[in-house]
Design a protein around this ligand. Sequence first.
Ligand SMILES: [Zn+2]
Ligand SMILES: [Zn+2]
Length: 298
Amino acid sequence: MGVKKKLIRAFQEIAEVRPTGKGRSNKELKRVQDFLCRFGYLKKRGFKAGTLDKKTSEALSHYQRAHGRRVTGDFNKATRDQMTTSRCGFPDMNKGIEFSTTCAWDKTDLTFTFDVGTNDVAGQQEFDAVRSAFQSWAAVTPLTFREVGLGDAPDISIGWRPANDPDLDMRGGTLAHADFPPACSVVTNSLPKPVHFDDTEHQWVIGRRPGGFDIETVALHEIGHILGLAHSNVAGSVMFPSVSSNLTKRSLTADDISGIQNLYPPVAVPTTKELLLQRLETIEGELAEVRNLVGTLP
Ligand SMILES: [Zn+2]
Ligand SMILES: [Zn+2]
């Protein structure tokens, strides 16, 4: 049961907007303002539609900074190129305010389940790709991820959805979305937490293929949100908001690892010296015991 594909070019409506400087008006700039609202850079009210006013310019500066671009506050070509790259459907900010280091789950043993897959890949390779992404996060944290059935009250549910997804609209250039942990939800207040891939507008693949998006690459990013990470402005990191087609990014970077270990500090492993000192203590204890025993004998 696949969803009928209607592949799109990411944010085509923005590709058509001509560069606009501060203070200038341009009817089509409204599309850029809508984009900035959608991803949390601009509050829905308080700006002049179609004019690059102060609020819009501030939002553009934020956007440029968050994407490692030169900060000008104008709508220039570099900004337009960045905005027309496929990206995560999750906002980067909330009403113009950065997400503070969000929150963690209150347990380390999490469960997940799969519902609907995609027909873009053979068999159940899409599920294997997601399982592998979970392992990458488990490797650098005390977290464990156990696969359970839909009826076993899973914490996380993974599936492919029409772009017009009821819990978060993914139409127009967004690849997938997730949510934060229960204590800082932005999409739903109930479990399971969603990891949803847009199965209408994108071609899902395993590995690098022109026009295709690697499932494990996108899953790794979305699981980062589920665990509590917001978007990163470090280009090349897994938690950077946008991703190109024909690309794989399957390993966590130093930025991702330091972010996740802030939320879930690794369990301390004793050093060799600590282990030897422990052994010495045990041996000394045994020696004392033997001496005592010897002392009781005639
Ligand atoms: Zn994201
Ligand atoms: Zn969804």
